[in-house]
Design a protein around this ligand. Structure first.
Ligand code: TYM
Length: 337
């Protein structure tokens, strides 16, 4: 029997498919960091998810190292949490096969992300793209996770995770923990700076649309100044002002202020002043992370050792769940002699 842990378990993942953005930071990684004391946290760089769209091999390998280093720099602490790379733990792919047989094609084809990505990569609608959420379900369920900190765009995948877990438990008896999403009240959906009705995405072709966590201060300031706004000239949240509303959200998330307080602070001030103030808080949040990142990335051997330790710790937990599942579905246990 697995020992009953006192702390609840938190699990989350991030794709190494581009440089992480301010959206990833505010929507997810910042929360990952702050949850480490209260929870038993496991975080994963999900390289297997990334190959659902074409990747250059050398670039993916480099970005996986960089993403791992950036998470360390953002405060993920391997002494308190498990931080590992998905492809280092075979149990993810193995559980995915089993759970494929308990997930309906109809459920998968309804996923918004699948529809979006199918449109964007119309020449490569591969089976992995459709199956992507089942891999994510497996990531979460392997670790008996209670809480999954994510941005709003991943909520639908979490709902699928809950459905598949409950379905399996109904058929085979209590096997999986049915997880809850953890979506921050502010910053769960940071929008593109150029098309503020779209979410900020690291795969955006227009580099002015997103702020990368590694953008230099002057680049951040320039991108902020170019951010699309409106002609009204007042700093307030409104549906018809998606650009300004987004900047208010960023400012509120990073300062901890309520949006009303932000509106008050910039009452009577122009967009130029406001944009510079938003740029300042972003620079202040990212500069220390960028400095630490360089140190982590410089020591490849140390990174590899941390990855190995992380994978070992993750694997021990994942393999227990996988064995249980194999037994429940009727696979004969291999007896080594
Ligand atoms: P990914 O790599 O696209 O994004 C990582 C995290 O960042 C959040 N995020 C955002 N939050 C606010 N505003 C934005 N503009 C923004 N863009 C991204 C995402 O919601 C996410 O939390 N499928 C997942 C990765 C994954 C995962 C998992 C997550 C794989 N397995 C298991 C949790 C648990 C993804 O593509 O995230």
């Amino acid at each position: 029997m697995e020992q009953k842990e006192a702390k609840k378990r938190v699990y989350s993942g991030i794709q190494p498919s581009g440089m992480l953005t301010l959206g990833n930071y505010i929507g997810a990684v910042r929360n990952w960091d702050s949850m480490q004391d209260e929870y038993d946290c496991i975080y994963c760089v999900v390289d297997q998810h990334a190959i659902t769209v074409r990747q250059d091999a050398a670039t993916l390998r480099r970005r996986t190292m960089e993403t791992y280093a950036l998470l360390l720099a953002a405060g993920i602490d391997p002494k308190r949490s498990i931080l590992y790379v998905q492809s280092h733990v075979p149990a993810h792919a193995m559980l995915t096969w089993v759970l494929n047989c308990f997930t309906y094609v109809g459920e998968l084809s309804r996923m918004t992300q699948f529809k979006d990505k199918s449109e964007k990569h119309a020449d490569n609608i591969n089976a992995g793209l459709l199956d992507y959420p089942v891999l994510m379900v497996s990531d979460i369920l392997l670790y008996r996770s209670d809480l999954v900190p994510i941005g709003a765009d991943q909520k639908q995948h979490l709902e699928l995770t809950r459905d598949v877990a409950a379905r399996f438990n109904n058929l085979f008896g209590d096997t999986f923990v049915v997880p809850e999403p953890y979506i921050g009240k502010v910053g769960a959906r940071i929008m593109s700076l150029q098309e503020p009705e779209k979410k900020m995405s690291k795969s955006d072709e227009n580099v002015n649309a997103f702020i990368a966590m590694l953008d230099e201060p002057d680049v951040i300031r320039r991108k902020m100044r170019r951010a699309v706004t409106d002609s009204e000239g007042t700093v307030r949240v409104a549906p018809e002002k998606p650009g300004i509303s987004n900047l208010i959200g960023i400012y509120a998330a990073l300062t901890g202020l309520a949006t009303e307080a932000v509106e008050k602070e910039f009452e009577g001030k122009g967009y130029g002043v406001f944009k510079d103030a938003v740029a300042d808080v972003v620079v202040d949040a990212l500069a220390p992370i960028q400095a630490r990142y360089k140190e982590f990335l410089a020591d490849k051997k140390a990174l590899e050792a941390m990855m190995d330790d992380g994978a070992r710790a993750a694997e021990a937990i994942a393999n227990r769940t996988l064995s249980k599942v194999y037994r429940k579905v009727g696979f004969v246990e291999r007896k080594r002699h």
